[in-house]
Design a protein around this ligand. Structure first.
Ligand code: SAM
Length: 217
């Protein structure tokens, strides 16, 4: 089997560190997780390219830099409980699991839930739970969360996610219409319950589909 360790190190150096991702726990997490294990064998040779790639159910595994940017923006640290909406292949959840205490990944596509669980189990990511369902409703049984990341773009920050965010916690998610450049936003919940919102730049994500997202086409 091909050893991708050198490609992974080059990706971390060129795509992450040189672009300003400098927190060592984040870089270490990307060095520890084999991205090739989360995509089909036909794409393995492109696993460390600077781009998203197709996965099952017509979805995508996100560009490594964007995953890193979101983790950094959310300030994820050891011991945190993190919700990832749109777990897809399970890759981002695996990376986050190397930094945080516990990760709950929600995915609406049944086929992806099955493969993500299997991959995460095989890699020994035993602090990740993949839940099947509509992530715009969050995961009330596991709330509150120190950080919430959404890997799909909505029209607004779902109220359920704001309700399930711990005081001082952060939501990082793309907002905007499918097919257009969207705005990556960071929402921080202040201790008095009010929120602070910052724009972090333009991104492109698949649509967030659900009760507090876009309607299924
Ligand atoms: N983080 C993923 C990875 O590492 O592979 C990237 C996933 S992809 C960019 C976004 C995912 O969001 C898709 O798998 C899609 O099915 C899922 N999705 C869209 N709307 C959702 C919702 N309301 N709840 C849960 N998952 C959703």
């Amino acid at each position: 089997m091909t050893d991708f360790a050198a490609d992974r190190e080059a990706m971390v150096e060129r795509q992450l560190r040189r672009r300003g991702i400098t927190r060592q726990p984040i870089l270490d997490a990307f060095l520890a997780v084999p991205r090739e294990a989360f995509i089909g064998a036909e794409y393995a040779h492109r696993a460390y390219g600077d781009h998203p790639l197709p996965i099952e159910a017509g979805q995508t595994i996100s560009q490594p830099y964007i995953v890193a940017l979101m983790i950094e923006a959310a300030g994820i640290k050891p011991g945190d409980k993190v919700l990832e909406v749109g777990a897809g292949s399970g890759y981002a959840a695996a990376v986050i699991s190397r930094i945080a205490g516990k990760v709950i990944g929600i995915e609406r596509q049944h086929d992806l839930v099955e493969v993500a669980r299997e991959r995460l189990q095989r890699l020994g990511c035993d602090n990740v739970i993949i839940v099947e369902g509509d992530g715009t409703k969050g995961c009330p049984d596991e709330a509150p969360f120190d950080a919430i990341l959404a890997a799909a773009s909505g029209s607004h920050v779902p109220n359920a996610l704001l309700d399930q965010l711990a005081d001082g916690g952060k939501i990082v998610m793309p907002l905007g219409s499918p097919g257009w450049v969207q705005e990556l936003v960071r929402v921080t919940k202040r201790p008095d319950g009010t929120v602070d919102r910052e724009n972090l730049g333009g991104v492109r994500f698949v649509p967030l589909i659900g009760e507090e997202g876009w309607k299924d086409a």
